[in-house]
Design a protein around this ligand. Structure first.
Ligand SMILES: [Zn+2]
Length: 339
């Protein structure tokens, strides 16, 4: 009986083990979905529906473009792995597709275009004729001429110009120096440059200077001068342009004004000199005989000590030239855009 008693003790234990086994078997087969809802997947594990979405497509794109390195794949995945409704469409993954620029024949064509553009950029004044007039000269004549063709008012045809209050250098020396630097720079940019005089003692009157510009069929005629006054405190740059008292060519007058504006703006900007503005003039022989757009820049006052010294420095002369070159380029650019 002792054995029966042991069995009696074991009965509840066997029952508990049986129930445990039964419950374990039930949890291994979850209940079928009800009302078409997917079954509840354990937290933290992607359901098959989610993993077949765009993320998988990103993986497919990656394998088709053959990214070799795992870290690169990781990088791209970081970019494309979690698309949302705000993300760009799948087509945009095509960023990795080689562009037409890498096609060898296209490369040759685009290289030629670049070359042509660069040549145009380097010589923007190709085909332009520019006449530079370095004001005054060391020789004098007392000749007087009509202020304009067919006019009765007479004016001196020559003037010696002003002189540096400190440097004692004459205006005609500075104007020739600046004109020659400007000639070099404009030539580099492709322009054909004509100077009205090459030497300090060359006797060239105002009418002759205008005729040189006309005969050269210059696009523009730039007269280069320095200013002078009894008042030594006055300084700055000004630009003179022709008025319509004697000149009746409206297009020429308009171009002259546009050129003058561009020269003043850019010269003041390059030198940081004071702008004294534009001045319309009907009394200049050199303007009135010109048939081409013309302007006259007064680069500064030789009667002002500081400006006199600046005008004599090569550094400042180069700044003036840079400003004038920029002004000329701006004038031509505006002219081209207008057409
Ligand atoms: Zn002058």
């Amino acid at each position: 009986m002792k054995g029966d008693q042991n069995l009696k003790h074991l009965a509840p234990l066997v029952c508990i083990i049986s129930m445990f086994l039964f419950l374990s078997a039930c949890s291994a087969y979850p209940a079928p979905p009800q009302n078409g809802q997917p079954s509840n997947a354990p937290q933290g594990q992607a359901s098959p529906v989610v993993s077949s979405g765009p993320r998988t497509l990103a993986h497919q794109e990656l394998s088709s473009i053959g990214l070799a390195s795992k870290s690169t794949q990781q990088k791209v995945l970081t970019k494309y792995a979690i698309p949302s409704t705000n993300d760009p469409p799948e087509d945009s993954i095509d960023k990795n597709t080689p562009s037409s620029d890498t096609n060898p024949s296209n490369t040759t064509a685009s290289a030629l275009t670049m070359q042509a553009k660069s040549s145009k950029t380097q010589r923007p004044l190709e085909g332009r004729v520019i006449c530079l007039d370095p004001g005054h000269q060391s020789k004098m004549s007392k000749a007087k001429v009509p202020i304009a063709p067919n006019a009765t008012t007479m004016m001196p045809d020559y003037a010696i110009g002003t002189r540096g209050i400190k440097s004692r250098v004459f205006e005609y020396t500075i104007t020739l120096k600046v004109a020659k630097i400007l000639e070099q720079e404009l030539t580099k940019l492709g322009a054909k440059v004509v100077l009205t005089r090459q030497k300090e003692d060359e006797l060239v009157g105002s009418i002759k200077r205008a005729e040189i510009a006309n005969d050269a069929k210059a696009d523009i005629f730039i007269r280069i001068h320095c200013d002078g006054l009894d008042d030594s405190t006055v300084h700055g740059v000004s630009v003179l342009y022709p008025g319509d008292k004697y000149i009746k060519d409206k297009a020429m007058l308009e171009k002259s004004l546009a050129l003058s504006q561009a020269l003043l703006k850019n010269t003041v900007s390059a030198t940081k000199a004071k702008s004294r503005g534009l001045s319309k003039r009907n009394d200049l022989v050199g303007f009135n005989y010109s048939k081409v757009p013309c302007t006259l820049i007064e680069m500064g006052f030789m009667t002002n000590k500081d400006e006199d010294l600046k005008l004599n420095s090569e550094d400042y002369q180069k700044k003036l030239v840079q400003g004038m070159v920029n002004g000329i380029l701006e004038y031509y650019k505006a002219l081209t855009e207008k057409k």
